[in-house]
Design a protein around this ligand. Structure first.
Ligand SMILES: [Zn+2]
Length: 384
């Protein structure tokens, strides 16, 4: 995410803050000052927001650490004015894993709430719903009690079945066991968008701009992820034969071709690498690199036989494109692999083929959006 900078690292996960977060701090410092008329009010409001975002960060770590345990890599957690975002390498494949990851965040918030309520009461807080954030808390105990309250709100809001909030992810995970990933995502993202529209209206009507912003975030998050899951399903199980250049479209050469003939093919054709066939049997590959090297000293290489690479790895037409195709291509260091079926050449798989298929596939990291309520709720509290 652009505009975010790193403030720390824990368990291999970068913690980042988006610069707009400081606008939020300044905004609440201002509100706090206005409401109380003293710098202490500004300080109280700022400390509250920072404490709240530390809770959001712990909520996100709840998601991220469980995801890590389930074998998903986490790049970073970013704090935005509307909440925290965990940046996952990939979406969990198993519905049960998604449910576990999604539950972990709100669970952390509930535990934090209990701890803060306990600390607050021990310090003599009066148990009541706080209404006077910017007039000061009266006591340190009341401040902890208020933090407990905010964590309850954090857990409850995130458990709403408004995909991509945690509750929506839990719903999707539960639906996916029956409906499959694509339909489950479609159903939950539709519900998410209905919630988003409602939040947006409520936000506008009550003047709660942050809630309206959160609504926009949910709306586009829902449709974006539905699209991504659909693509993932579309490209799942692609085999080499689905994207390779077939034999009729692949120009081959024989070991007896002269260098001049091959150079002509490279210059006038689209192909850069050529399978070498001897009596119909694959004996090697002639790559663009060798052709270009030979172009400098054509007298040394008169025939393809002298130029070609032998012992070239091949790939089966039925091999998985992303699992095996990319791996073998990378290991070979070649731009193209001969594709075989029963030891016979049936086509050629090039880096371009893989790249084109990748365009259909969501290779980029996906974002798990959660804990995004806090700003909105704090503001509501402030205006109450
Ligand atoms: Zn969450």
């Amino acid at each position: 995410m652009g505009g975010a900078f790193k403030i720390g690292r824990f368990s291999g996960i970068d913690v980042k803050v988006h610069w707009t977060f400081f606008l939020l701090l300044a905004f609440f410092a201002f509100i706090g000052y206005q409401a109380s008329g003293s710098p202490l009010g500004a300080l109280t409001a700022t400390v509250t927001i920072v404490a709240l975002f530390l809770c959001v960060l712990l909520h996100e770590f709840g998601h991220s650490l469980v995801a890590q345990r389930l074998g998903i890599e986490i790049h970073s957690i970013t704090l935005l004015p509307i909440g925290g975002v965990s940046n996952l390498e990939s979406l969990p494949e198993k519905p049960a894993d998604e449910v576990k990851i999604s539950v972990a965040g709100p669970l952390v918030s509930v535990v934090l709430a209990l701890i803060f309520f306990g600390v607050g009461l021990l310090l003599g807080a009066v148990p009541r719903v706080p209404t006077d954030l910017f007039a000061g808390f009266g006591s340190v105990g009341q401040f902890f009690f208020y933090l407990g309250y905010l964590n309850v709100v954090l857990a409850v809001f995130n458990l709403l079945p408004a995909f991509p909030l945690d509750g929506g992810r839990i719903l999707r995970g539960l639906l996916a066991t029956r409906l499959g990933a694509v339909r489950a995502t479609r159903v939950s993202s539709t519900i998410g968008q209905v919630f988003a529209a409602a939040f947006f209206l409520i936000g506008l009507l009550s003047g709660d701009i942050l809630l309206a912003l959160v609504a926009v975030f949910i709306f586009f998050g829902a449709s974006g992820e539905a699209q991504m899951v659909k693509q993932r399903e579309l490209t799942r199980g692609l085999t080499v034969s689905d994207v390779m250049g077939t034999k009729p479209r692949t120009e081959t050469v024989t070991p007896d071709y002269t260098f001049g003939q091959v150079l002509d093919s490279v210059i006038h054709g689209y192909q850069e690498d050529f399978p070498v066939l001897d009596d119909g049997k694959l004996v090697g590959m002639l790559t663009r690199n060798e052709i270009m090297t030979a172009a400098h000293s054509p007298e040394k290489y008169s025939r393809v036989r002298d130029l070609m690479k032998t012992n070239v790895p091949t790939i089966s037409s039925q091999a998985d494109l992303f699992e095996d195709g990319i791996r073998i291509l990378q290991q070979s260091g070649l731009g193209a692999l001969p594709v075989t079926e029963n030891a016979e050449l049936v086509g050629m798989l090039t880096l371009e083929d893989v790249a084109q298929a990748s365009l259909l596939r969501p290779l980029s990291a996906t974002e798990d959006v959660s804990g995004i309520d806090d700003g909105a709720t704090s503001q509501k509290t402030a205006s109450r």
